[in-house]
Design a protein around this ligand. Sequence first.
Ligand code: F6P
Length: 488
Amino acid sequence: MTAAASSERSEPSDRSGTPNGGLSPASFVVVANRLPVDRDIDEDGNSDWRTSPGGLVTALEPVLKSRAGAWVGWVGAPDEDLEPFTHDGMEIIPVPLSGVEVRDYYEGFSNGTLWPLYHDVVAHPEFHREWWDSYLKVNRRFADRAAEIADDGAVVWIQDYQLQLVPQMLRERRPDLKIGFFLHIPFPPTELFQQLPWRREILEGLLGADLVGFQINGGAQNFTRLVRQLAHYPTQRGSIELPDGRRVLARAYPISIQTQEFYDNARLPETAKRAEEIRHELGDPKYLFLGVDRLDYTKGIYQRLRAFGELISDGLLDAEDAVFVQVANPSRERVEEYKRLRDDIERLVGRLNGELGQLGRPPINYMHSFYPRDEMAALYRAADVMVVTPLRDGMNLVAKEYIACRQADDGALVLSEFAGAARELRQAYMINPYDINQMKERMLEAATDAPRNKARRMRILRRQVFEHDIDRWATNFLDDLGSCTRSR
Ligand code: F6P
């Protein structure tokens, strides 16, 4: 048993006891850092739950409902120990985190160590032993909850980098389960991963799964290479043989979106009207550029705004004609690196608008906030050029959302070659976000290209996104997990 393992095990008979609050055992369990529900509090202070917006929840909802499913996750606030409850046919199993654990497990090890390390060290990862201890403790708690709620022989699907130790911990408690794991962010090259003082524990944690899914082939290959180099286990075409004879499969499953829903929502007459209004409010520009991101240093927001500013200051775009709308969703605001990034971007926006704008006509409209789905659909519809320029990104669903919202073969997508989505969306105007001159050229080309060139690209992009939606992603993963041979 490695350091990641717990000595206490929950036997199957424990599952009928109090921990799951009398809820029935689940034959399908999702384990994710966050729960799929948000709390709504009305004016009288009464609270209620509503299903969170987001592709993963929507894609898994039917499976959860049809298979007596449960979702194990954190409610998103510190020091809340809620009883399990049923919401819209799903059993919700909250995992509490203390304030210290939010700091050390979530902001610390997950987002101050793993996040930058897995994103090509575009920011400096910090290694702190107390963060690791917290990660270990919290992963153990998630594994305990999943072990308690899962029925005999259930399928358990663990999500993402915050919970990489859970597969092994869960297998030790419940060898009867089928365990899948999906990593939503990139899996780094071995040279970077090896920096991690707890590399062996993370590797063994993941190998507790029957199937480990990655966004792109490169991630799966990085993982199997690491298995050979660090653990010396034999691998063959993504199949890893463990010393006890068990096999683990490592494969790519590019995640996607509810394409049809995005399309239908953007198609509504009120969305079309709002899209027109937005353009009008922005001064009816000839070229409307759009960026939509979580405010994260991996997204390349600074680089793209600089490129846009230079296009105007070089005289290649006219501030009368071109507007950039940047929506930046607040994120991880207590983490130092994120505070710094926000300051840098807001200073840049202020400087560019001050230098290049006219009264009432700033060339960059920057919004540090969340927008409802309908407003986003209108923005996507209104934009002539969608600019997606991450320095590294597991997939980037914003690129796919923009394409899904097109109502005809128009518009243009500028896309970083370092986004997972670049493997599928090959007809985008591809850029290297580190090359500002190239980014400028491609942004200009995307705006001014002949309509027939744009239409040719967009037709292929739309077909790709419609044929590969998130339901297909979930089905492919779960079918493959179902085909994995049970270890016991
Ligand atoms: O991209 C990885 C991811 O964990 C997403 O699944 C999630 O939407 C995003 O980062 C936001 O993360 P957080 O839970 O830290 O707000």
